[in-house]
Design a protein around this ligand. Structure first.
Ligand code: CA
Length: 394
């Protein structure tokens, strides 16, 4: 089972702007960054509306990508309506890059030029494609990556929440391995720091909190031309957090546990309010002790259930199968093709091929994408053969 072992968020006005129009969500299993635009405080409102759209959302009740898309489109509608009703807010908009951790995967929804990255084995990989003029020019080969970095129109984005009644949302789902660190950030970070500077800060920091602060500091030292926002989370394999002493440590809540709890988004406003509040007591009030026998019976039940699930999980990791993912692409999965109650999946997406399932002749599709249990090498060979067209040719 995958748990969110650590998470942190930080935002800063930077060195050249008067106001901070960025906002963020640090409310496991949800994380997001929104970078607002539009003068006279309108950008601030737009990004705040985007962050607020996660309030009251829980993970695990709908397919993750569909849920993120629904939240994003709802936020778009709210921003659009306010922008058309209120003269002073006309033209406001915001980017939104959001993540939802669920099972062994991280789903993303993305509009604009904020970014999501995954740091795995000290290598930083950008997971989102910018919806910006410069990125389009670069993609179509009209300008070089070097020219893109210093292009005067770098901040023009081609997609945002707010300008239109509906918005096209990119969604992705990527695998998560133990130790992976995910970074969501506004362009105030990435315009100031190269990827290798970002990854070296991430790999040398002692905690994600320290890393978030260090990233903001480094962006400011490089000029701080824009608002800077970073959200970080790290995932680990792990059992349910030990809550025996009555404390609930936010950083140790598993994704599955959080599904049952109301998500209380930490946004810029909430973070400010929290910081202003008097120090909180370290421990909540002591719980009334239940009778010893009831406690022992409960403990025994938990141990038995834990052993059963642990065994099932360990066994499932030895099996691989081939199927399709939400995008209809042939995908290699690890685990067994079953869901347990409460949205617990016994499999994780390991590799997404670029091959749509419908490219396989219908007569063979069923036999190839049959979810048959395979060894790792069998499953890998099958996907590779499909990608290279060897199976179709047979
Ligand atoms: Ca910005």
């Amino acid at each position: 089972m995958l748990r969110i072992a650590e998470h942190a968020g930080a935002t800063d006005v930077g060195r050249q702007r008067q106001t901070n129009e960025d906002d963020f969500v640090d409310a496991p299993p949800f994380f997001a960054v929104a970078d607002g635009m539009g003068g006279a405080k309108a950008g601030e409102v737009a990004s705040q509306l985007a962050a607020e759209a996660f309030a009251g959302e829980r993970g695990g009740e709908e397919p993750p990508e569909a849920q993120l898309e629904r939240i994003t489109r709802h936020a778009n509608r709210r921003i659009y309506e306010l922008a058309t009703k209120d003269e002073t807010r006309r033209g406001m908009g915001t980017t939104l890059t959001a993540a939802l951790v669920s099972g062994g995967r991280v789903s993303l929804a993305h509009v604009g030029d904020s970014r999501a990255y995954r740091l795995r084995d000290d290598r930083l990989e950008q997971l989102t494609h910018d919806h910006s003029l410069v990125a389009e020019l670069e993609r179509t080969g009209q300008i070089s990556p070097e020219a893109a970095e210093s292009h005067p129109q770098r901040s023009i984005i081609t997609r945002a929440l707010g300008p239109e009644p509906d918005v096209e949302v990119d969604t992705y789902t990527v695998s998560a391995n133990a130790g992976d660190v995910f970074l969501l950030c506004s362009d105030g970070l990435t315009a100031m720091l190269a990827d290798d500077e970002v990854s070296s800060i991430l790999t040398t920091s002692t905690s994600l909190d320290a890393a978030a602060q260090a990233l903001v500091r480094a962006a400011n030292q490089s000029g701080g031309k824009d608002n800077i926002t970073v959200v970080l989370f790290r995932v680990e394999e792990g059992k349910t957090a030990d809550a025996a002493d009555g404390d609930t440590i936010a950083g140790q809540i598993t994704a599955d546990e959080v599904r049952g709890a109301e998500a209380a988004p930490v946004t810029k406003a909430v973070a400010r309010r929290r910081a202003a509040r008097a120090p909180r007591p370290l421990r909540p009030a002591r719980r009334r002790r239940s009778p010893l026998r009831r406690a022992l019976a409960a403990l025994a039940a938990i141990l038995v259930l834990g052993a059963a699930i642990g065994g099932l999980y360990a066994a499932s990791r030895r099996v691989w199968f081939v199927g399709t993912n939400d995008a209809g692409l042939v995908t290699l999965y690890r685990g067994i093709p079953y869901d347990l109650p409460f949205g617990v999946e016994l499999y994780s997406e390991e590799y997404e091929s670029g091959m749509p399932a419908r490219a396989i002749p219908a007569s063979r599709r069923g036999r190839i994408l049959d979810h048959e249990w395979r060894s790792r090498s069998d499953a890998t060979d099958l996907v590779r053969a499909l990608e290279q067209g060897r199976i179709e040719g047979r």
